[in-house]
Design a protein around this ligand. Structure first.
Ligand code: HMG
Length: 422
């Protein structure tokens, strides 16, 4: 997001969709012979979404997309651009986005593609959509950006407690009801690092876990430095004026580390535990970051949608009876391993509180069914088999699934889906 965008392009509608099952992190810790405190307090995770073989990147993206359109009364015909950000696509060639385009019944006169850069993919899509609208190419139409992923590291790995799955859909327009993006206060960062990747032959990600945390924090410093240089008035980025700070959340504790680094970058020095500023930084975390990490704590890492899940958590808590006055400044930081990152500012729109109930996924999350650890492991194995050959079959009824869209198997080398508008 650079240059001369009108300040009001931004997010007009949002929705989350996730799997209908989860595993409890205390159960998982005990099964792995780990003190539950490590997963609960050490990582900050309470539950982890577990998809069935029928809930894949496409079906979750379509469900989130439909919910965003219907929940905010947007006609599919208004969508002129569809981008799905994902690092867990379903085909080496065909984009997830074109399946979703069909399932949602969007117009053929639509620019449709998939973006991949680990967890940064959807932010890259969002940026492209903002540029498209700001450049006047949208001709009154809107863009639908969907982040959809299944995070898998495998049984018994260090990354296992940081798995998850889900999709966040966002409609971008020139008159956003939720969040306007400030294109002039944005920074970018790219560096070739091997902190996390997934070779073509593997369904499971590989991570150099502690190094990946260091890379994430360095990328935050780098993107902030770029934003400071570009925006001309660094005081606009001042943390003290932020209502909320949203970060990529691979696990909840990471947001605390990020906020700490954010303050260090602003003060231009390290803040050690006994430092005079440490208490203020901790208090800032409690008021600007922690209150809206509940959804991430019960869903887990959804890769490219994780940052936006925290934003949904914030928006769903706005009080429609006593809404906050005026536009509220917030910051967003997206990190994708490998790595690419972006920082930008936004303003929560004055009327956003009216939509709090529409985008709240809590009722659906409360209906999820709990799996014990053997059932979760069986589910992972079933997902392995669900698309590894032609004639693979996946039956939503076998898991009493209630959603609208499902992967039902591969026949004649073609993935088949149930649901949709046609
Ligand atoms: P680990 O080595 O198993 O855990 O891996 P640890 O020993 O570092 O412990 C984790 C925390 O728990 C520590 O806290 C411990 O002190 C604490 P910290 O020092 O960090 O504040 N702890 C306890 N707390 C309370 N009670 C206890 C207890 N025991 C320990 N009993 C790691 C953790 C995150 C590295 C691992 O899960 C992993 O590799 N995850 C995958 C990689 C990852 O999530 N990286 C994050 C940054 S990169 C990123 O965000 C991009 C990504 O989303 C991918 C993409 O872009 O697509 C991953």
């Amino acid at each position: 997001m650079t240059g001369t965008h009108p300040p009001h392009v931004g997010i007009d509608a949002m929705a989350f969709h996730g799997p209908e099952h989860y595993v409890d992190m205390s159960d998982l810790a005990r099964a792995r012979g780990v003190d539950p405190g490590k997963f609960l307090q050490g990582l900050g995770q309470r539950q982890m979404a577990v998809p069935t073989p029928c809930e894949d990147t496409v079906s979750m993206a379509a469900a989130a997309g439909r919910r965003a359109l219907r929940g905010f009364d947007i006609d599919p015909a208004e969508i002129g651009m569809l981008i799905v950000g994902t690092e867990t696509g379903v085909d080496h060639s065909k984009p997830v986005a074109v399946y979703v385009h069909d399932l949602l019944g969007l117009s053929e006169r639509c620019r449709t593609f998939e973006t991949k850069h680990a967890c940064y993919g959807a932010m890259a899509g969002l940026t492209a959509a903002v540029d498209w609208i700001a450049a006047g190419r949208a001709r009154g139409r809107k863009a639908l950006i969907i982040a959809s992923d299944i995070a898998r590291y495998g049984v018994g790995t260090a990354g296992e407690p940081t798995q998850g799955a889900g999709a966040v859909a966002m409609v971008i327009s020139a008159a956003p009801r939720l969040l306007a993006l400030d294109a002039d206060a944005a920074g970018d960062y790219t560096r070739q690092v091997m902190d996390f990747w997934r070779p073509l032959y593997s369904k499971y990600a590989l991570a150099d876990g502690h190094y990946s945390i260091a890379c994430y924090l360095d990328a935050l410093s780098g993107a902030l430095a770029d934003a400071r240089d570009k925006c001309g008035a660094p005081e606009r980025l001042a943390l003290a004026s932020m209502r909320a700070c949203f970060y990529h959340v691979p696990f909840v504790k990471m947001a605390r580390k990020a906020h700490h680094r954010h303050w260090e970058a602003e003060l231009g020095r390290a803040i050690a535990p006994g430092d005079a500023a440490a208490a203020a930084v901790a208090a800032s975390y409690e008021s600007r970051v922690a209150p809206w990490l509940d959804l991430n704590a019960v869903v887990g890492n959804i890769y490219t949608g994780s940052l936006f899940l925290a934003l949904i958590d914030y928006l769903r808590r706005l009080d429609p009876v006593d809404p906050p006055a005026g536009d509220l400044p917030v910051s967003l930081f997206s990190y994708g391993s490998g790595c690419g990152a972006a920082f930008c500012l936004g303003r929560v729109q004055a009327g956003a509180a009216r939509y709090a109930a529409r985008l709240d996924p809590q009722p659906a999350l409360a209906r999820r069914r709990k799996l014990d650890v053997p059932a979760y492991e069986a589910m992972l194995a079933a997902c392995e088999a669900a698309d590894e050959s032609d004639h693979a079959v996946a039956d939503p009824d076998a898991w009493q699934l209630e959603g609208d869209f499902f992967y039902v198997g591969t026949r004649d080398h073609v993935r088949r889906y149930r649901g949709g508008t046609r």
